[in-house]
Design a protein around this ligand. Sequence first.
Ligand SMILES: Cc1cc2nc3c(=O)[nH]c(=O)nc-3n(C[C@H](O)[C@H](O)[C@H](O)COP(=O)(O)OP(=O)(O)OC[C@H]3O[C@@H](n4cnc5c(N)ncnc54)[C@H](O)[C@@H]3O)c2cc1C
Length: 401
Amino acid sequence: MQKEICNKLECTGCGACAAVCPKKCIEMKESSEGFAYPEVDAAACINCDLCTKTCHINQTLETSKADFYMGWHKEQAVQLKSSSGGVFTALAQYVFSRGGVVAGAELNSGTGEVVHTIITDCAELQRVRSSKYYQSSTKEIFAQVRRYLDDGRYVLFSGVACQIAALKAYLKHKPYEKLITVDVLCHGVASKKTVDAYIQSREKAFGKKIIRYSFRVKGGNTAWENGGSTRTQLFFEDGSDIIEDQSTGTFFKGFNNNLFLRESCYKCHYCGTDRIADFTIADFWGVSRSKVTKEQLKNGVSLILANTGRARAMLPELRQYMEFEEIGAGEAIPYNKALVQPNTRPADRDRYFAEIGRKSYDSLIHRYYRKYYIKLKLKRLLSGILGEKNFAKLKSGGKDS
Ligand SMILES: Cc1cc2nc3c(=O)[nH]c(=O)nc-3n(C[C@H](O)[C@H](O)[C@H](O)COP(=O)(O)OP(=O)(O)OC[C@H]3O[C@@H](n4cnc5c(N)ncnc54)[C@H](O)[C@@H]3O)c2cc1C
């Protein structure tokens, strides 16, 4: 029988158990749903139980109450290359200026795998910028981070909250002075199997190979405002690319409806305003339109939670890299469910994972959200017949817009 390191329904796939195993007999393997889970080689296991003792799910971690800010990086070019306002880059610059290193999630376009990696200067930042909405593999990262810290170097570790918890547990909660942690607020990770199936279905639809993709797009007509930058951009082998809208593209339809999240995300231990990282960064969807310029709404506004004394102490110096101001928690919380509670597990989730290997991804999404797609088709048809202006007038009950 497989050794259970923690309750499988709560296992976040962080990989700390595999990293800490003295016999290296725990391997992270992809489940039938496309999420990584530990598998223990019973013949090699010496029952030292370091894995169960290190697992963050089996522990109660210290949390801190957040102070809320909104802000953005001072350089527009950085804002445009980042998912939200580019605050991650400002934190990285702070650490690089002290001779430190940064750990973040990088997408390998060749394998499609997202892997946590170390970067050592600003020129490498683009490798880890931008949100990849499926789980990153931590592989060697915890051991690497510990080596840098033991050598007296600064380390900025970025990841989702369960990965910050995993790092802290791996480091046995030793209070390293030069470790700065930042979690990207997360409502759940998608399955790798789903992303593969989505890519395959788009390749089939367009009849050409996709060589890379991105989940966040800014620039041109694509503004951050109202979730506009959460779109998938697919780059084809022949040099062309397309952007799939959040409302019409099938990836975000499933992701935003929490259809294919990891089982543990529906029971996430790290939602809410008591946080475990020094900083938490997110999209500030609730930003008041009167508080920022139109240009800023186009480029992105970050929500920044300074959670610990260390984070608060860094704020004055961070002013050289970013603009920020304090806001009320109530301005942000209603727009980010992860600051309240985990998402609800949809009734269709089991059916989806039972069907995904056998049916095309697009066809499943169109079936589960049939009513939505019928409405969308009707809207497009009417807009085509009446013209966009008349259609907008009809929608607004006859009023001119
Ligand atoms: C899976 C996931 C779910 C998210 N859900 C929400 C949400 O519900 N609400 C919200 O407001 N924001 C959410 N975010 C965060 C948001 O998309 C931005 O990443 C965040 O605001 C940082 O923006 P930035 O402009 O400062 O950083 P950028 O420069 O774009 O940096 C991206 C940062 O995200 C990290 N990162 C990227 N992909 C992953 C990954 N797969 N696993 C771990 N770390 C990763 C990188 O290491 C880097 O630190 C989510 C991000 C992820 C990865």
